[in-house]
Ligand binder design. Structure first.
Ligand code: CP
Length: 317
C-alpha cells in the first residue's frame, strides 16, 4: 500500500491527479444528497493526538460520504493517557484491521513511524512542524477554483506570487504549501519576524522577508498564519498589538498586493492579530471558507485513492 505522509513524497503529476480526482467530490458535496457507497465495508480510524476542528471533522465527513465506517480516537480519552506508547497504540489500531488510518500528532515524524508499523495506508493529518499535506492540497484546490471563477485557466500556478506570512518556524502548513505551490509553478515569498523564520529555509527556494509591506508588494495571493503559541519555546516575539502593527493583514496593507489579490488562511484564525475581520470576511477577496469546503473534497479523493489497492481498483497516478 501507499501512504500520504507529505507533499515531499509527491510528484507534480500526482498532485495534479489528486486535485483532478477531488473535482467530482466538490460537485457531490454541493448537492442535497451527498452519499455514495464507494468505500462501503471499509473502516477508517481517525487518531488525533492534537486538537482539531477542520481536519478531524472533514476527514470524518469525507469517509462517511464515501460510505465507510469511520471511528475517531481522541488521545485525551485514550489509553495514551495511561502511558501507552505510540508504537503500541499503532500496533493496537493495526490489530483492529482498519483499512486506512488518519493521524494527527504533535511530534514531527510520528506519523511516518506509525506508517512503518501498520499494514494499511496512513494519511498525515498534520505532524508537529513537519507536514500537513491535505491542507496544502485543499489550499491548491481552493486557489484553482478561485482563479477559474475569475476566468483564468489555472492549470497550474505558473506566474503566480504567493506570500505566506506568520509563524513560519512552527508551521507544517507553510512547509507543505511551499512544496506544493512551487511544484505547481508558483513563486513563494515567506514573511515572519526574525525569531519565527526557520534558519536555512531559503534552501527550499522561497524568498524570505521580515518586512511585510515589502513581501506584499505585487503579491497575487496572501496566505496568513496564526502565531502557534502552544509551540513557542522562548522565541522573542512582539506583543500581540505590536505583531498586528508589523504583520497583521489590514485592508490598508492589502492595497500593497496586486489589485485583486486573494486572501487565504488555513484556520484557526486569531482575528485582530494576524488578520483583521474586515479582510477575513471580504467576499470578493477572501477564500477562507472555500478552503474549508475544499477540505472535504480533497480528503474524499485521498481516502478513495489510497484505498484503491485494497479494493482491487487501478488508478493511483
Ligand atoms: N487548518 C487546520 O488544520 O485546522 P484544524 O487544526 O482545526 O484541523
Amino acid at each position: 500500500h501507499r501512504d500520504l505522509l507529505g507533499i515531499a513524497q509527491l510528484e507534480r503529476h500526482e498532485i495534479l491527479y489528486l486535485l483532478d480526482e477531488a473535482e467530482p467530490w466538490v460537485e457531490l458535496n454541493r448537492q442535497s444528497s451527498k452519499h455514495v457507497d464507494r468505500l462501503a465495508g471499509l473502516t477508517i480510524i481517525n487518531a488525533f493526538f492534537e486538537n482539531s476542528t477542520r481536519t478531524l471533522l472533514s476527514f470524518e465527513i469525507a469517509g462517511k460520504r464515501l460510505g465507510a465506517d469511520v471511528v475517531n480516537m481522541h488521545a485525551a480519552q485514550s489509553s495514551v493517557k495511561k502511558g501507552e506508547t505510540l508504537i503500541d497504540t499503532a500496533i493496537t489500531l493495526n490489530a483492529m484491521r482498519a483499512d486506512a488510518i488518519v493521524i494527527r500528532h504533535g511530534s514531527s515524524g510520528a506519523v511516518d513511524l506509525i506508517a512503518s508499523k501498520v499494514d494499511c495506508p496512513v494519511l498525515n493529518a498534520g505532524d508537529g512542524q513537519h507536514e500537513h499535506p491535505t491542507q496544502a492540497l485543499l489550499d491548491a484546490l481552493a486557489l484553482r477554483h478561485a482563479l477559474r471563477g475569475r476566468g483564468e485557466a489555472a492549470e497550474d500556478f505558473t506566474g503566480l506570487t504567493v506570500t505566506i506570512c506568520g509563524d513560519i518556524l512552527h508551521s507544517r502548513v507553510a512547509r507543505s504549501n511551499i512544496l506544493c505551490l512551487q511544484a505547481l509553478g508558483a513563486s513563494v515569498r515567506l514573511c515572519a519576524p526574525p525569531a519565527l523564520m526557520p534558519v536555512g529555509v531559503e534552501a527550499m527556494g522561497a524568498q524570505t522577508f521580515h518586512d511585510f509591506d515589502a513581501a506584499l508588494d505585487g503579491s497575487d495571493v496572501v496566505m496568513m498564519l496564526r502565531l502557534q503559541n502552544e509551540r513557542m519555546q522562548g522565541q522573542f516575539i512582539p506583543s500581540e498589538r505590536e505583531y498586528h502593527h508589523l504583520y497583521g493583514l489590514t485592508r490598508e496593507r492589502l492595497k500593497r498586493a496586486a489589485p485583486d489579490a486573494l486572501v487565504m488562511h488555513p484556520g484557526p484564525m486569531n482575528r485582530g492579530v494576524e488578520i483583521d475581520s474586515e479582510v477575513a470576511d471580504m467576499l470578493d477577496r477572501s477564500i477562507i471558507t472555500r478552503q474549508v469546503e475544499m477540505g472535504v473534497a480533497i480528503r474524499m479523493a485521498c481516502l478513495d485513492i489510497l484505498t484503491r489497492k485494497a479494493r482491487g481498483v487501478e488508478g493511483w497516478a
